[in-house]
Design a protein around this ligand. Structure first.
Ligand SMILES: [Zn+2]
Length: 663
């Protein structure tokens, strides 16, 4: 795309429609927000001025792309896209200066923000892990897609229509085509399941859903449907849309292995079940989970899910994240429940920052997905034993990844769905407000699991807690946890206390590497060479000429390569011309710290300082050479060197005299 070579691999655009649907959800949600803020157990704190994706659309929807040739598209998109808005669609950013924003880096683990976005120069940079780049590089990295795909996604987010999709290889084109087709099949299947729910056969399913307290609007919001008791009804509906292989790949159908090892004909996977769509973060249906309506032997598994497909990987999806994410951002925490029904039930009663793991422990990908939106989680899992084990695994992973966790246990042994239906939303929000710190919850569990005051039980309880303590990334939190455990378990043995203390000491702390410090001179020169405002062109010229005339003066500077690249950039974007990542990081550091271009006089004195340092360096060399010549008794050489040294001394004096008098 960048080179303007038209690729032969073209398929129609899909993202725009995808974007619209999720934005509509966001706009609906925003109406509920004020009342939601009441129940945060983490205290007050929605960020003022957070801009939702919906607002981005409103602001940018007026942008219409004229028939630009393909080669200009990336550039056009870049000019129209606002990197701050695009990045805010993925992570939370706060204004940190006149021109920049900061947030937690989505590309490395961290607790305090070292990720910055420059609003004017439209680049991002992380002082922690050193990544930097433009809006396409960000989207490419975070969505794990190629450059053309990133351009397309950014264009979609900004409402810039693109004519055709381009791919770098036939495989990529085929993969995207397949995923596009599978999305279409899922969309059609969803609509069809919804229709079936309204039909005569759907009566039993409607009854079931009504029994679970779901209103028609709720059913519509989650696009819940019904798969009729048939092996071929869905197959017949979809067979005109795609070939057999694509239908097989969709996961909507099953088949039996035959005697010769090949797969037999396909048949509907979901039969006589209530069907819940599973959406990706953009709100498009990528899989289903289906609950049986049979009882007894015929029932089979209570829930069956879509298998892994090119669209869907169970460990990489958080149920309801598409609908919950803006509320999660607003409230600054996510409510994590186990089952989809719990999630739906809680969401429909106005608690919209709720997501579900679908009954299994968290995966690292899910944690990474969540981290983009918040680092605080309230966990409300089923109180039964299995639930608690999954809960513990999830909690362990979230803890290791630096999340702050609170835990709700609902009395009466109820799951969130039943609790909220039986006791009402007020009671549930009260329970959320009363959620306990993770350490309190674990200590309580240790006491219940190993009851009694014998020292043997205390050792067991402590051994249960030690790994949890070690897992906490922060020393202070480990100390606190260990002290609480000692106190609440009544541990008075010095040996046990020492062990707790050791656990608190041990955990490795993340050491965050920072980019090497720039000298003030380097900062001034980098900023001067990055000037884009024609009004300050003279200042930029000054720096360019100094570098062109005396490159040797600048060679010893850490940012030399960046300076050289900038001097040659003409009108190109500064962040684009510096190709080396470490050098680009230095430039980013300089640009993120600036509020205005440097003054001409600043640049002049920076150049002078460089000149002086070059002379001083030459003087040092000469002194060494002179000493060497003296040792050898080479008086001819000595005379030449001494002469040079005197000239250097004189030049340096002149330079000093030119400086304005210091006071
Ligand atoms: Zn980073």
């Amino acid at each position: 795309m960048r080179t303007g070579v038209l690729s032969p691999f073209l398929v129609p655009l899909i993202e725009t429609r995808e974007l619209m649907s999720s934005q509509l959800v966001n706009s609906v949600q925003s109406a509920h927000r004020p009342h939601l803020q009441a129940f945060s157990p983490f205290g007050p704190g929605p960020t003022p001025g957070t801009i939702s994706a919906f607002h981005i659309l409103l602001r940018t929807s007026g942008l219409i792309l004229n028939k630009a040739p393909m080669l200009d598209i990336a550039q056009t998109v870049k000019q129209q896209a606002d990197i701050v808005k695009v990045i805010e669609g993925y992570i939370r950013l706060r204004k940190a200066g006149a021109q920049n924003y900061t947030g937690l880096c989505p590309f490395h683990k961290e607790k305090s923000p070292s990720f910055s976005v420059h609003a004017v120069r439209q680049f991002y940079h992380c002082f922690g892990c050193g990544v930097s780049g433009d809006v396409f590089s960000f989207v490419g990295k975070i969505e794990n897609v190629s450059f053309p795909e990133a351009v397309r996604i950014v264009a979609g987010k900004c409402g810039i229509p693109l004519p055709k999709r381009e791919f770098s290889s036939p495989e990529e084109a085929a993969g995207a085509r397949l995923r596009g087709k599978l999305l279409d099949l899922h969309e059609t299947a969803t609509a069809w399941f919804q229709e079936q729910l309204q039909g005569p056969e759907g009566a039993v399913a409607r009854e079931y859903l009504a029994g679970r307290g779901l209103t028609p609007e709720g059913i519509k919001t989650f696009r819940i449907g019904y798969a009729p008791d048939s092996f071929n009804a869905l197959r017949d509906r979809l067979s005109g849309m795609a070939d057999q292989e694509t239908l097989r790949a969709s996961g909507l159908f099953a088949s039996k292995e035959q005697g010769d090892g090949t797969q037999g004909p396909i048949y509907d996977r979901f039969r006589k079940r209530v069907v819940f769509p599973i959406c990706n973060e953009s709100g498009r249906v990528i899989a289903f989970t289906a609950r049986t309506l049979e009882t007894g032997e015929k029932a089979g598994a209570k829930y069956i899910n879509s298998p892994e497909t090119p669209l869907y990987s169970k460990g990489q999806v958080l149920f309801n994240l598409d609908k919950a994410r803006s509320a999660i951002r607003q409230l600054e925490f996510a409510l994590l429940v186990e089952g989809q029904m719990d999630c739906i039930s809680v969401f429909l009663r106005g608690i919209q920052n709720v997501i579900a793991t679908s009954g299994t422990a968290f995966t690292e990908q899910q944690v990474a997905l969540l981290r983009r939106h918040t680092s605080q989680v309230v966990v409300n899992f089923d109180p039964d034993a299995a639930g608690s084990n999954a809960a513990e695994k999830s909690i362990a992973l979230l803890t290791e990844e630096g999340f702050t966790i609170k835990i709700v246990t609902l009395d009466g042994g109820l799951d969130p769905d039943r609790y909220i239906r039986e006791r009402g939303v007020e009671a549930y929000t009260a329970a959320l407000r009363g959620s306990r710190r993770q350490s309190d919850y674990l200590i309580e569990r240790a006491r219940l699991t190993f009851p009694g005051a014998s020292s043997e039980q205390k050792v067991k309880a402590m051994n249960y807690l030690l790994p949890h303590i070690r897992r906490l990334p922060e020393k202070l939190a480990r100390d606190q946890f260990a002290a609480d455990a000692a106190q609440k378990l009544g541990i008075d043995s010095a040996v046990l206390r020492e062990e707790l203390r050791q656990a608190a000491l041990k955990r490795r702390d993340h050491v965050e590497t920072r980019t090497t410090a720039l000298t003030e001179v380097e900062r001034v020169l980098l900023r001067a060479l990055a000037i884009d405002d024609p009004e300050f062109e003279q200042t930029r010229r000054l720096a360019i000429e100094a570098l062109a005339q005396q490159p040797a003066w600048f060679e010893h500077l850490g940012a030399f390569a960046a300076l050289q690249a900038l001097a040659d950039r003409q009108s190109r974007d500064p962040m684009e011309v510096v190709e080396d990542e470490a050098q680009r990081a230095l430039l980013a550091e300089a640009l993120l710290a600036e509020t205005k271009p440097p003054e001409e006089s600043e640049v002049q004195s920076a150049i002078q300082e460089i000149h002086e340092r070059a002379i001083e360096s030459r003087q040092r060399d000469l002194r060494a050479l002179i000493a060497e010549a003296e040792r050898r008794g080479d008086f001819a050489e000595l005379a030449v060197l001494t002469q040079q040294k005197l000239e250097m001394d004189r030049t340096l004096r002149q330079l000093h005299n030119r400086k304005p008098p210091e006071r």
